[in-house]
Ligand binder design. Sequence first.
Ligand code: TRH
Length: 381
Amino acid sequence: MKTPAPCPAPRPRWDIFCKVIDNLGDMGVCWRLARQLAVEHGLAVRLLVDEPGLLAPLLPALDPALAEQEVQGVRIGAWTEAQALPGAADVVVEAFACDPPAAYLEAMGARSRPPCWINLEYLSAEAWVAGCHGAASPHPRLPLVKFFFFPGFGPGTGGLLRERGLLARRDAFLAAGGRDILLQRLGLAAGSDTLLLSLFCYDTAPLEALFRAWSASSRPLLCLVPPGKPLAAASRCLGGDGPWQLGPARIVPIPFLSQADYDELLWSCDLNFVRGEDSFVRAQWAGRPFVWQIYTQEDGAHPEKLEAFLALPESLPPGPGGETLAAFWRSWNGASDAAPDWEALVRALPLLERHGKRWSEKLGSTPDLAASLVKFCESRV
Ligand code: TRH
């Protein structure tokens, strides 16, 4: 008689808690992480969002009417402070210090083996990050320890979210004429001499100065503007709902794209304006020139975060091309009084293009955040 095969060990259970503060970045990061943990690491992942319906624009497969559902191997549900959630997982990730409900914390403390408890922090290129990454904070009452996990750009940090094979998929997409296919899908066309731009910014971006420069520019330009703050800001400057023609520049509203399609947009554009955290990282994986508008923090820490990224070794190309980009970023972020110098930026684009590709390859050779997190937790459960 054959001995029956041993039952496979149950998959480790991970719960990720996310609270939507404002904008889309918190959900964007949490969904990306949850999906990667499920798809690439075979983990049983539950993503608990205080307002899961808000995830639908980024993830059209999500049905906002359902209280709980599985999408791409991730169980997605809602949480509230008052709600009793059954069972505490093996690994508990609270995104951006969002504090899991008190009853859930008790359940974590009651486990015979305490879960690995992670506070996933915001991304920063500042030097102190490496010193705080992995720091432990014991709970004052329960037998639990919370670990601070910091994304980052260098050794000693948790790295950046990057799906397996991402850069190869980007290159294959572009080699197969993806730019034109994407434009066709949007009902648009642009000649190869047309500068293709995407504009994802906050409503504080100095759009008047930029639009003025575009209207006097000699190069045809097509700028794609997603709904929300970017379109509202453009409408405020230009009046009406668009599209708008400013000299050789066409400024066109586009629908909000799924996260996957948004990646393709970033890969396709000659220059991407991005903001916050997740689109900032995705612009770097796109390997194209980009302008970052940093999220304004109430404690005023954002100018230092901006400078920290600009000061990272090789984040900018050496010489005048890098200086042009840094000057543009500072004006774009209100960190200098100078108006953003559009013509100088356009002249630097070929150099920035080569640099962007190199930078994405360099970052792409470092461990990705999901893999680093799995490794970190494996040694603690
Ligand atoms: O929306 P954001 O401004 O989010 C910010 C930051 O994360 C910030 O650090 C945080 O404190 C604050 O939220 C609360 O920008 P971000 O981070 O780029 O997130 C946008 C998400 O939206 C990202 O996952 C990409 C996605 N997106 C799409 O999926 N489709 C689109 O068409 C666009 C324009 C964006």
